[in-house]
Design a protein around this ligand. Structure first.
Ligand SMILES: NC(=O)c1ccc[n+]([C@@H]2O[C@H](COP(=O)([O-])OP(=O)(O)OC[C@H]3O[C@@H](n4cnc5c(N)ncnc54)[C@H](O)[C@@H]3O)[C@@H](O)[C@H]2O)c1
Ligand SMILES: O=P(O)(O)OC[C@H](O)CO
Length: 332
C-alpha cells in the first residue's frame, strides 16, 4: 500500500483520490478549507464538489500540507493551473528531492507562458521525478468508475510508470508517454477549442461547425506542440483529440458551457465563476497562450477569436466574420 498525497480537493482531486484509494492505497487529500477536510473525514463525501460520490475510508483529508506530504510515496497536484507556482512553493519544505510528483492541472501560466512542469521544475526542481497526467477524464465519470483512459507523461519512463501503477485499474487505463510538453499543450489547448465549440452552438450553428472547429483547433494545437518541441502525434492521442472531443461534446464540460451559456449570451467569466465557483481553464489559457504565440510567431486564429470575445469585449458576430473572411488556404 502506497501513501499518495493529492493536493487540491476540487472535482478532479476528489475523483483521483477516490481512484487511488479504491486501488488499495492511502490517499491523503489536501483541502484548502479545514471545514471541507473535516467534512470529508466525517461523512466520506466532499461537501462542495462531486457531492453525491461516496468516498472510500482510505481517502483521508487534511488542510495541513505538512500532514498531507510527510511520509508520502508520491504526490499529485490538482489545483487550478494559475495557483501552481504558489502551491509548489508552499509544498516545497515537505517534498523530498526524489518524491515523484505529477501535475494534473491543465493550463499555461499567466505572464510567462510556462507549462505546468516548467513551473514545477523552477519551484521544486528535478524534472526527472515529474510527470503530467491528462486525458478525456471528466471527474463526474471517473469517480463513478465509468470506463476511461488517460496518459501519464514524463521524460523518464520509471516516473511515468509510478503513476501508471498507482492510478490504473480495469476501469481506468493509464497510458505511458515520453512527451510531457505535447501532453501539457494538448491539455491547455483543448479547453480553448471547447469554448469555441460551445460558443458556436450558443450562436445557433450546427454539428458541421463543431466538427470544423474541433479539427481546425487540433491543427492549431499541433502547430504549437511542434514548435514547442513536442510530438504532433500526441495531438492524435487521448490527451489531444480524445480530450478535445470529450470537452467539446460532454454535458459535464465547464469550458463548453462557458462558451455556450455565457459568452454566446453576452455573459462574462465573472458571471460563470459567481454561478459555479468552478474553474474554467480555457478562459485563462486563451489569454496566456499569447506569449507563446508571439514568441514562436504562430497563427492561431480560433484561439485569437476566443481571447477577443472573452477578454477584449469583441462581439462573437465580429469574430465569426473575421474568421470566415480570411483568405482561402491549403488544409495542411
Ligand atoms: N473537473 C474535471 O473533470 C477535471 C478533469 C481533469 C483535469 N482537471 C483539471 O484539474 C484542475 C482543477 O480542476 P477541478 O475541476 O478539480 O477544480 P474545481 O473547479 O472543481 O474546484 C476548484 C478547486 O480550486 C481550489 N481553489 C480555488 N481557489 C484556491 C486557492 N486560492 N488556493 C488553493 N486552492 C484553491 C478549490 O478549493 C477547489 O479545490 C484544473 O486545472 C482542471 O482543468 C479537471
Ligand atoms: O469540465 P472541463 O471543461 O473543465 O473539462 C474537464 C476535463 O479537462 C475533461 O477531460
Amino acid at each position: 500500500m502506497a501513501i499518495v498525497s493529492v493536493i487540491g480537493a476540487g472535482s478532479w482531486g476528489t475523483a483521483l483520490a477516490q481512484t487511488i484509494a479504491a486501488n488499495g492505497h492511502e490517499a491523503r487529500l489536501w483541502a484548502r478549507k479545514p471545514e471541507v477536510a473535516h467534512h470529508i473525514n466525517s461523512h466520506h463525501a466532499n461537501p462542495r464538489y462531486l457531492t453525491d460520490a461516496r468516498l472510500s475510508e482510505n481517502v483521508r483529508a487534511t488542510a495541513s500540507l505538512k500532514d498531507c506530504l510527510e511520509g508520502a510515496d508520491a504526490a499529485l497536484i490538482v489545483t487550478p493551473s494559475q495557483l501552481l507556482r504558489t502551491m509548489a512553493g508552499q509544498m516545497r519544505p515537505f517534498c523530498p528531492p526524489q518524491l515523484p510528483i505529477a501535475v494534473c492541472s491543465k493550463g499555461i501560466e499567466e505572464g510567462t507562458g510556462a507549462l505546468p512542469l516548467q513551473v514545477l521544475t523552477e519551484t521544486l526542481g528535478a524534472l526527472e521525478r515529474l510527470a503530467a497526467i491528462s486525458g478525456p477524464n471528466h471527474a463526474e465519470e471517473v469517480v463513478n468508475g465509468v470506463p476511461s483512459a488517460t496518459v501519464a507523461a514524463s521524460c523518464v519512463a520509471s516516473t511515468a510508470r509510478t503513476f501508471q501503477d498507482l492510478l490504473a485499474n480495469p476501469r481506468f487505463r493509464v497510458y505511458d508517454s515520453r512527451d510531457p510538453v505535447g501532453v501539457e499543450i494538448c491539455a491547455a489547448y483543448k479547453n480553448i477549442i471547447a469554448i469555441a465549440v460551445g460558443l458556436s452552438y450558443g450562436l445557433g450553428f450546427g454539428d458541421n461547425t463543431a466538427a470544423t472547429i474541433i479539427t481546425r483547433g487540433l491543427a492549431e494545437m499541433s502547430r504549437l506542440v511542434t514548435v514547442a518541441g513536442g510530438d504532433a502525434l500526441t495531438c492524435m492521442g487521448l490527451a489531444g483529440a480524445g480530450d478535445a472531443v470529450v470537452t467539446c461534446m460532454s454535458r459535464h464540460s465547464r469550458n463548453r458551457r462557458f462558451g455556450q451559456d455565457y459568452l454566446a449570451c453576452g455573459r462574462s467569466l465573472e458571471d460563470f465563476s459567481a454561478d459555479t465557483h468552478m474553474v474554467v481553464e480555457g478562459a485563462q489559457a486563451c489569454k496566456n497562450v499569447e506569449v507563446l504565440e508571439r514568441f514562436f510567431g504562430l497563427e492561431l486564429p480560433l484561439c485569437d477569436g476566443v481571447r477577443a470575445i472573452t477578454w477584449e469585449g469583441v462581439s462573437p458576430k465580429d469574430v465569426v466574420r473575421e474568421l470566415v473572411d480570411r483568405p482561402l488556404k491549403s488544409e495542411f
